[in-house]
Design a protein around this ligand. Structure first.
Ligand code: PEP
Ligand code: MN
Length: 264
């Protein structure tokens, strides 16, 4: 179902109000790693809207490596995301971690994010396959391209064909970056599949100074969009501060990727 054999036209997911994922224009999803409080999410939403993003990202149910780290605000965070949508007109994307939260997440979000850690959670994939809601499926941190596309098949095979793929880097042996951003997967997946592919240089690198250069490269290799973490005060972020762009740097990134996108 993911292949060009099944469908000869590129999948374009229309979220309404002129927001599309899959072209022809670049789609930008930006916002904090986690929703922390009202001021933080509203302020960030206004910043990314002004910079030209179409979609606000923000986690309310967080898959943290340590159980002692901030786990997210849960439904309270989703309500704040919805408030930010009201305020700015941005669409929203947020992570769903568990089948038990399907109803509450769907009540608020425009796109369901399935995180890297859940890419092979087949019971979750089957359940979201039954929904009428776009899904962004992040690549597992040790997943091959084949495994990633087969995960998308699990969703589509159950009826939901509105799947967006997101390359977020894979685990290799170095310690200088959080993950190794696999830029080659973007054109490769586009050769194999009609689904839109988004690049996440924030989790792909783990370092804010690398986010903009890698975002430029991702656009140059043909990504349909970029997901990027932005925080008004990265040093005090409750998660992923070191990879979050400050507002000014987000604006610079936008200028650069828009220039590259236009030149393609
Ligand atoms: C995230 O987008 O905040 C996230 C947890 O990403 P990943 O699942 O790619 O680690
Ligand atoms: Mn994050």
């Amino acid at each position: 179902l993911t292949s060009w054999n099944f469908k000869q036209q590129k999948t374009v997911i229309d979220l309404g109000d002129g927001v599309k994922v899959g072209g022809p224009e670049l789609t930008v999803m930006a916002g904090p790693c986690s929703v922390e409080n009202r001021d933080q999410i509203i302020e960030t939403a206004k910043i990314v809207k002004a910079g030209g993003a179409q979609i606000l990202r923000g986690g309310a149910f967080k898959p943290r490596t340590s159980p002692y780290s901030f786990q997210g605000l849960g439904e309270e965070g989703l309500k704040l995301m919805a408030e930010a949508r009201e305020e700015t007109g941005l669409k929203i994307v947020t992570e769903l971690m568990d089948v038990e939260h399907i109803d509450v997440v769907c009540k608020y979000t425009d796109i369901i994010q399935i995180g890297a850690r859940n890419m092979q959670n087949y019971s979750l994939l089957k359940e979201i396959g039954k929904l009428d809601k776009p899904v962004m499926l992040k690549r597992g941190m040790a997943a091959t391209i084949k495994e990633w596309l087969l995960a998308a098949e699990y969703v589509m095979n159950n009826g939901n064909h509105d799947v967006i793929l997101c390359e977020r880097g894979v685990r290799t042996f170095g310690e200088e970056t959080r993950n190794t951003m696999d830029l080659s997967s973007i054109p490769l997946v586009q050769q194999l599949s009609h689904l839109p592919v988004i690049a996440d240089p924030s989790h792909g690198t783990g370092r804010w100074e690398l986010v903009t250069p890698v975002a430029r490269a991702a656009v140059a290799v043909g990504a349909d969009g970029i997901m990027v973490e932005v925080h008004p005060d990265p040093q005090n972020a409750l998660s992923d501060g070191p990879q979050s762009l400050k507002p000014k740097n987000f604006q610079l990134m936008m200028d650069e990727i828009n220039a590259i996108s236009k030149s393609l």
